[in-house]
Design a protein around this ligand. Sequence first.
Ligand SMILES: [Zn+2]
Ligand SMILES: [Zn+2]
Length: 248
Amino acid sequence: MYRVSYDLHIHSCLSPCGDEDMTPANIAAMAALKELQVIALTDHNSCGNCPAAAAEAARNGLVFLPGMELTTQEEVHVLCLFSELSQAMAFSAYVYGRLLPMENRPEIFGRQLVYNERDELAGEERRMLAGSTDIPFLDAQGLAEDYGGLMIPAHIDKNANSLLHNLGFVPEGSRFSCVETARPERWEELAKSHRFLRGCRRICNSDAHYLGDIHEAEYFLEVRERSARGVLEALRGKNSGGALGKNS
Ligand SMILES: [Zn+2]
Ligand SMILES: [Zn+2]
C-alpha cells in the first residue's frame, strides 16, 4: 500500500466563482509546490478544463482525477470523480444537457474560462454552469457509475448546498461509500445522528477557488496503486486503507 497526499475538490477558472488565476497550469504547479500527490479538478457541472488539467498534472508528476461538482435537482453538491478523461468528458456532455438553460452573466457571476492543453485561453463558456441540473440526488450515484465514476456527497456538514443541509437526512436508497466533510473534527457527532454515515469513508478537501487555498499535504489516502484507478478503488472502499487521516 502507498500513502498519498490528496486534494480532490478544486475549482478552476471555469467555475464562475473560481479566481481567474485558477488556470489548469497554475493549479497543477501550486499542487506540486504544496507537495500534493493526487488532485482532482471539480468545476461546477463541467469537466471542460479537465483535459488541460490532466496534461498539466502529468507535467508536474501528479496523479490526476478528472471530475466535477454536480449540482443535483435539490441543489445538493456532489463530487463525481473518474479515472479516465474520456469517461469524465462523456459524463460532462451528458450533464450539460441537463443543466437549467440559463446564460452566465459574467459581470455579476464571473467569467467561465476554458484552457487548452498548451496553457492557452481557448474560450469562454456562456451557459451558466453554477446553476442546478434536473438530476435527482438519488440518481447521481448510478449515473456517475454508468460512466465508470464515483459519487461523493460534497461538504456534507456545510450549511449550504449539502446533503444534510438541503435534505436534512440521508435518503432511503442511498448507496454512496464515501463523503466529503468540511469539518473533520465534527465527524463523530455527525455519524452519531446519521447512522448511514458510520459505514462511509470520509475525505477532506480544500474546495479551493483561489490558488492559496489549495490544501498542503495534510490529508492522506492509502492506495494499492498510485493511479487515478487506485484512488477510486480506495474511495470505493475496496481495500483496507482509511480515507481520512490528517498527518497520520
Ligand atoms: Zn460545493
Ligand atoms: Zn466546490
